[in-house]
Design a binder for this molecule. Structure first.
Ligand SMILES: O=P(O)(O)OC[C@H]1O[C@](O)(CO)[C@@H](O)[C@@H]1O
Length: 598
């Protein structure tokens, strides 16, 4: 970059010089655009360094106390131990150089200062503003967005208090004690994760007494049936959550539940029983929801980063009260400050992100297992799947240059110990999958049985501490021989070890810690994207399937209502569609409204 700057002439002087200057700038920009991180020296150094790492084994690396100690970081009660990564201190130094080459610090600053870093959609990326304190100043397009954020938060506080206290009642005068949140993707997964995590938190439980929060996401009518089973429209409030208010699944589900309400209570009941969260307030009104009962958010909030906006805050406040949700926002905000200001060596999201890049792009491990040892976090991995895979599952750089390396990673996970009895066989003896072990010091729901060796939570945590070592150390043939294992079983009982993991220990799992965990992973994904040089904040890859579904929808309608033959599809799809239509030809062309009967 410096070299490039030196060879270009200055902007002053005669016209010919200025012309040359403009040319040079164009060339420089082109050069910058086509320069990928893999062309930089730090990337090449890391590639070469892989050979050194291949000669190490975690068994030996773990013997180096000094190394292990410097691979432990603590912030605001969160403790990260990444000593079981296949990495040395030299690896880390090289990763920091890579971060420098990727201008990571500058990219983080650009995000916080509201630059339009989501360039393909020409938008700022400011989910950090959603949890910023009231007096913070965060600008997007020259305007401080924090007062707008708090205006909506205050409106949610008022509305949720009215509903929870019974001063807002339904069409028949009954208090609304149950909530169905309709939304999909980012308008569903984050709120579901937080709700599931709070559901057993003793403090949150107290506030949720007598109330239910359900989610309706899938356009599958079975999900409709499940979401309304046992609920009474008279006592149910529906929150339609959609950033665009055009998502086909959400809108059909919203129309279905509107029908469920109006067929039971009359069309005028919709005003009392349906509210919305969206950036598109015009469409909310068109749908028939009173704009006064709409809760806004903004185009600078990406769907998968929207749980801290009204998308999550409204349904969660209705269920647990605003004060609990505010703690969640504060936890996330604490990590936002840490991410922005801590040096990389002490910065939890930066470390998590750089290690992911190391595992994916250099060691060649494309997947990551997210393994929380807490049943309350059972919906964490599904949420991070979207945050990570929709953000970083890209094939071109932010400037549209095809990537000669893989970006993104395959995220999956289950709470321990359930996962141990499911897919851990593969991660111990099959493929190498870097694992995130997430443990909690104090259980939300402690259980002790007199006479048992340990408490139930200690039993769970015994596994949390044991599994990373089993993966790192493995078990050798010599060890097995010493245990008199028969020769023919030795290959089957050998564990190669040297399988990387990291351990994240949280002091407890209250709303605040849940916010910390969320923000740590959100920023980790951003770090990966910044280093890979991609746009982590758009999602064009979801569009093609949507438009093809439109074509199929038209065909199904034409075939059912006008008996039109299946046309315009390839052989396979035509065959499948024809078979589907023939096998369901008993469905009338213009059926009467039918709602689930369970
Ligand atoms: O909130 P909306 O606009 O209904 O979109 C739902 C989801 O659809 C996507 O656009 C694609 O899955 C997500 O990014 C988004 O979270």
């Amino acid at each position: 970059m410096l070299t490039a700057a030196l060879i270009f002439p200055r902007p002053f002087g005669p016209l010919s010089n200025r012309f040359a200057f403009n040319e040079s700038i164009t060339l420089l920009l082109r050069w910058l655009r086509t320069t990928l991180i893999c062309d930089t020296q730090p990337w090449k150094d890391l590639k070469a360094h892989v050979e050194d790492i291949k000669k190490t084994h975690l068994r030996d690396l773990m013997n180096d106390k000094e190394r292990c100690e410097s691979m432990m970081v603590e912030f605001d009660g969160m403790f990260l131990d990444y000593s079981r990564q296949c990495a040395t201190l030299d690896t880390m130094a090289k990763l920091y150089k890579l971060a420098e080459a990727a201008s990571l610090k500058q990219q983080i600053n650009r995000m916080y200062s509201g630059e339009h870093i989501n360039s393909t959609e020409n938008r700022s990326v400011l989910h950090v503003a959603l949890r910023a304190p009231r007096d913070a100043v965060i600008n997007s397009d020259g305007k401080n967005v924090v007062p707008d954020v708090w205006k909506v938060l205050d409106k949610i506080r008022d509305f949720s208090e009215k509903v929870r206290s019974g001063s807002w009642v339904g069409a028949t005068g009954k208090p609304l004690k149950d909530v169905i949140a309709i939304g999909i993707g980012g308008s569903f997964l984050g709120p579901l994760f937080v709700h599931t995590a709070l559901q057993t938190d003793p403090e949150a439980v107290e506030f949720a007494k007598g109330r239910q929060l359900r989610f309706l996401a899938n356009v599958d009518p079975i999900d409709v049936a499940r979401s309304i089973a046992g609920l009474n429209p008279e006592t149910t409030l529906v929150v339609v959550v959609s950033k665009t208010f055009t998502t086909a699944e959400t809108m059909l589900n919203a129309r279905t539940i509107r029908e469920w309400i109006s067929s039971a209570l009359g069309p005028s009941a919709v005003a009392k029983h349906m509210v919305a969260v969206s950036t598109n307030l015009t469409l909310v009104e068109k749908f028939g929801i009173d704009p006064n009962n709409a809760f806004a958010f903004w185009d600078w909030v990406g769907g998968r980063y929207s749980v801290c906006s009204a998308v999550g805050v409204l349904p969660l406040s209705l269920q647990y009260g605003f004060s609990i949700v505010e703690k969640f926002l504060k936890g996330a905000s604490s990590i936002d400050d840490h991410f922005r200001s801590a040096p990389f060596e002490k910065n939890i999201p930066v470390l998590l992100g750089l290690l992911s890049v190391w595992n994916v792009s250099f060691l060649g491990y494309p997947a990551r297992a997210i393994l929380p040892y807490s049943q309350a976090l059972e919906k964490f991995a599904p949420h991070i799947q979207q945050v990570s895979m929709e953000s970083n599952g890209k094939g071109v750089s932010i400037d549209g240059v095809p990537l000669p390396y893989e970006a993104g990673e395959i995220d999956f996970g289950e709470p321990g110990t359930n996962g141990q009895h499911s897919f851990y066989q593969l991660i111990h003896q099959g493929r190498v999958i870097p694992c995130d072990f997430i443990g909690i010091v104090k259980s939300q729901q402690p259980v002790y049985l007199k006479g048992e060796v340990v408490s139930n939570h200690d039993e769970l945590m015994s596994n949390f501490f044991a599994q990373p070592d089993a993966l790192a150390y493995g078990k050798t043939a010599e060890q097995l021989l010493k245990e008199n294992v028969s020769q023919h079983l030795i290959p089957h009982k050998t564990f190669s070890g040297n399988r990387p993991s990291l351990s994240l220990l949280l002091p407890s799992l209250g709303a605040y810690n849940i916010g910390q965990l969320l923000a740590s992973y959100e920023h980790r994904v951003a770090v990966e994207g910044f280093v890979w040089g991609i746009n982590s904040f758009d999602q064009w890859g979801v569009e093609l399937g949507k438009s093809l579904a439109t074509q199929v929808r038209k065909q199904l309608n034409a075939s059912r209502t006008k008996s039109e033959p299946v046309e315009g599809f390839n052989f396979s799809t035509s065959k499948l569609l024809t078979r589907y239509l023939q096998a369901s030809s008993d469905i009338p062309a213009d059926p009467p409204t039918l709602l689930p009967r369970i």
